[in-house]
Design a protein around this ligand. Structure first.
Ligand code: AN7
Length: 360
């Protein structure tokens, strides 16, 4: 007998809500940590810099482990549990490991995570450790870690839950469904960061599926953004030593490269690069002018939107645009504190506080 679990969120989890559109069976445990159903927030201020009709942010940082990975992970881990594997395994720049660790804990599986030593934002490591995952810090980069993880999963009965696992892509496509359901149609343009290229692949699958089911009247152009120091798809060749402040997308040889190129071309979109300076500028503006504190990788797509607005403003006019905000800023406090002015220290006394506030 398979144990049946029910999600605690009032709306039910992703598996419950999209049961008909996900590869699950009657035996799949209905895991949920409350993933999906994330807010689509309308821009109030940054839209003025863009000059489009409507601008929205899909806050995937509001998922249970604070990134979009949970949508795919709930499906991948549920299927792994159904197959009665003992453990799940992933290579990760951080968010996949946090999500795998949480869903493994939720379902009573072991989790092994392979991360590039010294290159994972502290908050993400904290999550993996808190959930009891076995964290292996590899002396190498993400691409090395993924190659080894694939080998391990071929040799041993552990389930690889990177986005090369088809269940991950299937789960992540549900974000496109939610956008269409909320807007009443697909947006004209979707801006999204690109690392291992699984998410852009998943969104395209979701938009195409809803279009074919006549739930949407159009499909969006997909606008993907890599970091300039880690832009293999833009350059057309793998990058041996990728570098960027956006550690989540510090990936030199994306697993879903060909799917991403197909998504780009079929949608009439583009995949381009933004510099670390452009990423950090967008990161600050989102926090300071919209109240959205995301991690640097997420800001890459907003940097791409500003770049597009500067280079070809007419391509955005009268358009409805969605930016995918993939992960939370709290995951990477070092970046926030390194580049912000430090907090002002002040004596615990009213007049000192008043004068520090400029109210004296
Ligand atoms: C916040 O966790 O690859 O193009 O190992 O964490 O689907 O890879 C994370 C990727 C964007 C890129 N934004 O998505 C990992 C990992 C954030 C991310 C991406 C990631 P993909």
């Amino acid at each position: 007998m398979t144990e049946r679990l029910t999600g605690t969120s009032a709306a039910g989890g992703l598996l419950e809500r999209y049961r008909d559109r996900l590869p699950i069976t009657d035996e799949t445990p209905m895991l949920s940590l409350g993933e999906g159903g994330t807010p689509l927030v309308r821009s109030r201020r940054l839209i003025e810099r863009v000059g489009c009709k409507d601008l929205y942010f899909k806050l995937e940082m509001c998922n249970p482990t604070a990134s979009f990975k949970d949508r795919g992970m709930v499906v991948a881990v549920a299927r792994a549990a159904e197959a009665r594997v003992r453990a799940v395994l992933c290579a990760s720049t951080g968010n996949t490991s946090a999500s795998a660790a949480a869903y493994a804990a939720h379902s009573g599986l072991e989790a092994f995570v392979l991360v590039p030593h010294g290159r994972v934002a502290r908050g993400k490591l904290a999550q993996a450790v808190a959930h009891g995952a076995r964290v292996l810090a590899l002396r190498g980069n993400f691409d090395d870690a993924l190659a080894i993880a694939r080998n391990v999963s071929e040799k041993h009965p552990v389930s690889l839950v990177n986005s090369v696992n088809p269940y991950r892509i299937e789960g992540q496509k549900t974000a496109a469904f939610e956008i269409v359901d909320e807007l009443g149609d697909a947006p004209d343009l979707l801006f999204i960061p690109v690392g291992n290229a699984g998410n852009i692949t998943a969104y395209w699958r979701g938009f195409v599926e809803y279009y074919q089911a006549e739930r949407a009247g159009q499909k969006p152009r997909l606008m993907g953004w890599q970091a300039a120091g880690a832009a293999p798809i833009v350059r057309g060749e793998p990058v041996d030593d990728p570098q960027t402040v956006a550690t989540a997308i510090r990936i030199g040889n994306p697993a879903s490269w060909e799917f991403a190129v197909t998504a780009r071309d079929e949608s009439g979109g583009q995949i381009d690069a933004v510099t670390d300076d452009e990423i950090l500028a967008a990161y600050h503006l989102l926090a300071e002018e919209e109240g959205i504190f995301c991690e640097p990788a997420s800001a890459a797509c907003v940097a791409g939107l500003f770049k597009t607005a500067a280079e070809s403003p007419e391509s955005l006019r009268d358009r409805t645009i969605v930016c995918v905000i993939t992960g939370h800023g709290l995951k990477d406090p070092e970046t926030a504190l390194a580049i912000e002015t430090e907090a002002t220290e002040v004596d615990a006394d009213l007049s000192a506080v008043e004068s520090a506030m400029g109210l004296a």
